[in-house]
Design a protein around this ligand. Structure first.
Ligand code: ATP
Length: 292
């Protein structure tokens, strides 16, 4: 099973949103990381067949997906970033409707919806109107519809936005299991969503892939660049202005433990510490807001 993205490019008037991206996706979870505007959504929409590429092709097991036509839609699942629901539908009716669009049989639909409602802890709200659900529940309904046809290739655009930490963990575990023999690509700027479950990560910036590899391979680039030191509370704003600060933690003795990124130690008595994927992300995208 292989999805080959070949020299994909998308030009919007004067904006090149995706610039000659080539990727070979194999079974497992793939993390697609990048700051706002990196081109992640545009790339995913082209694979989903919603957006016409300016240049490039996509092959599933060697066959161009345009040639596959309906057969591609049968094996592909997609959760868009902006998800247009039918607010007056109940959760169950909506999933039945989507199952019919995806061509599932009546018997398959019943069982599949039952299982997905259980899996995504939506059983209790299955007869509620979608308009009445919380943001996190709506997101889970979106995930359920993407999983309806048990897709072999699943693309999820920021799937965890609006999920609480418990839901996030459950969702990550569910995906890890699901991706055992499928290709799952998750676009996110929340590094912890993919740090521990992604088999491979791809980092996009300004429409191009600037790094890719396993989490371990990627974080290696940060060896020797992540530091920890103790500072006094009154020094915080000075160091924040001078350094790329990953985190600040109040210690019991009144001092502050600072984790920062730099080519060499900048704060007196800094210790070199083990890098994480978030460190690389902040190194590549220093101006992004910190993860909450
Ligand atoms: N229909 C469009 N017309 C013109 N420009 C567009 C269009 N869609 C996207 N863009 C631009 O292309 C670039 C990439 O956008 P895209 O939504 O793919 O990024 P992203 O990585 O998904 O960002 P985010 O994390 O904010 O969703 C941005 O500069 C965006 O403004």
């Amino acid at each position: 099973m292989e999805l080959r993205i070949d020299h994909m490019t998308k030009q919007f008037q004067d904006k090149r949103a995706v610039n000659d991206v080539s990727l070979k996706l194999t079974p497992g979870v793939w993390g697609l990381l990048g700051a706002n505007g990196a081109g992640k959504t545009t790339l995913m929409r082209m694979v989903a067949g919603i957006l016409q590429p300016t240049k490039g092709e996509i092959y599933y097991d060697g066959i161009e997906i345009g040639t596959l036509g309906a057969a591609w839609r049968d094996v592909f699942g997609y959760l868009p970033q902006e998800f247009g629901f039918y607010p007056e539908f109940t959760v169950k009716n909506y999933l039945e409707y989507m199952a019919a669009l995806k061509g599932l049989t009546k018997t398959d639909t019943k069982k599949r919806i039952h299982d997905l409602l259980e899996l995504l802890t939506l059983s209790e709200v299955k007869n509620k109107k979608i308009a009445k659900l919380s943001g996190g529940m709506k997101r889970r309904v979106g995930i359920a519809q993407a999983l309806l046809n048990e897709p072999e290739v699943l693309f999820l655009d920021e799937p965890t936005s609006g999920l609480d930490p418990g839901e996030r963990v459950r969702f990550r575990n569910l995906l890890s299991e699901f991706a055992h023999d499928r290709i799952v690509l998750i676009s996110t700027h929340i590094v912890s969503d993919v740090e521990y479950i992604a088999t491979q990560n791809v980092v996009m910036k300004d429409g191009s892939i600037i790094a890719s590899g396993t989490t371990e391979q990627l974080v290696q680039q940060m060896n020797g660049k992540v530091w920890n030191a103790r500072i006094r509370p009154e020094e915080v704003s000075r160091w924040e202005q001078q350094l790329c600060v990953v985190s600040l933690r109040n210690k019991e003795d009144g001092s502050i433990s600072i984790r920062y990124l730099a080519e060499k130690p900048e704060v007196p008595q800094s210790q070199n510490i083990e890098p994480r994927l978030e460190d690389l992300y902040l190194w590549l995208f220093p101006n992004t807001e910190r993860e909450g």
